[in-house]
Design a protein around this ligand. Structure first.
Ligand SMILES: CCCCCCCCCCCCCC(=O)SCCNC(=O)CCNC(=O)[C@H](O)C(C)(C)COP(=O)(O)OP(=O)(O)OC[C@H]1O[C@@H](n2cnc3c(N)ncnc32)[C@H](O)[C@@H]1OP(=O)(O)O
Length: 215
């Protein structure tokens, strides 16, 4: 399957790429929040739009074909930088920084108004998105990466926008199938729980270089 790319990018080259594109990605996240909450008048939004169009014109001068994929360097960190949850070059991603412990993975993160579903609460699809990623990373970190086969989500109470923690761990592995569980909590406790089965697809079963983990 295309999209998994092994390269020889050095640590320095990877840091240069991050330093080049991370600031504009962060600015775009801020922009998404401002699109929702700004109260400036029409003349001001028209002026802002002109600046944005100028930025779009500059960035459009050189664009890669297709999505970013998962870039695995033989010399440096793996770059899932287009990923919708952890991608440092993806303004749609909050982004989560996922910490890999011996027996579980976790992340402390903030969700802005761009992730709203019910008023002041996180959209249920966004919670499922984040748990899909965390459970998938737990499976990969345990040495059994896979695609989500089935993800079951239980919304126990509304998840407030703002500061949250997500955690996941592997429960058991059966051949190509890895069963993982996880949750999203706020300061009061668990808001959302999930369980999922992650399956190593047929096309990947013979491949030698599997991505073991995202950052
Ligand atoms: C290398 C992979 C990625 C690594 C990423 C690392 C970072 C992770 C972070 C990213 C996180 C984000 C993650 C994402 O967003 S992943 C994106 C969302 N998921 C997908 O797009 C998956 C699409 N589906 C497939 O690719 C295949 O159908 C899969 C891979 C699921 C199965 O493949 P295949 O069809 O070839 O399998 P098989 O026929 O040999 O069956 C094998 C066993 O599995 C059982 N079964 C089959 N289907 C399901 C099902 N749906 N639920 C439960 N069980 C199922 C089946 O009964 C059998 O069991 P048994 O009879 O042996 O007991």
């Amino acid at each position: 399957m295309s999209g998994y790319q092994v390269d020889d990018a050095t640590v320095e080259e990877i840091e240069t790429e991050r330093a080049t594109y991370e600031p504009i990605t962060e600015a775009t996240r801020r922009l998404a929040d401002l699109c929702i909450r700004s109260q400036v008048d029409a003349a001001s939004t028209a002026r802002a739009l002109e600046h944005l169009q100028a930025a779009i014109d500059v960035l459009s001068q050189d664009v890669a074909e297709g999505p970013y994929g998962l870039r695995h360097s033989r010399q440096g960190p793996t770059r899932p930088w287009g990923n919708a949850v952890v991608g440092v070059r993806n303004p749609v991603a909050p982004p989560l920084k996922v910490v890999h412990e011996t027996d579980h993975v976790w992340s402390d993160f903030e969700l802005s108004s761009a992730y709203e579903g019910p008023p002041s609460l996180v959209h249920g699809g966004v919670s499922a998105l984040i748990l899909d990623q965390l459970l998938g990373e737990a499976a990969a970190a345990a040495g059994s990466p896979g695609m989500t086969g089935t993800l079951t989500v239980r919304y126990r109470r509304g998840t407030p926008l703002g500061a949250l923690r997500a955690e996941a761990r592997v429960e058991r592995t059966e051949g190509y199938k890895t069963f993982a569980v996880g949750q999203i909590c706020d300061a009061e406790g668990v808001c959302v729980e999930a369980e999922g089965v992650f399956i190593l697809p047929r096309w990947a079963r013979s491949e030698q270089e599997q991505p073991e983990r995202f950052e």
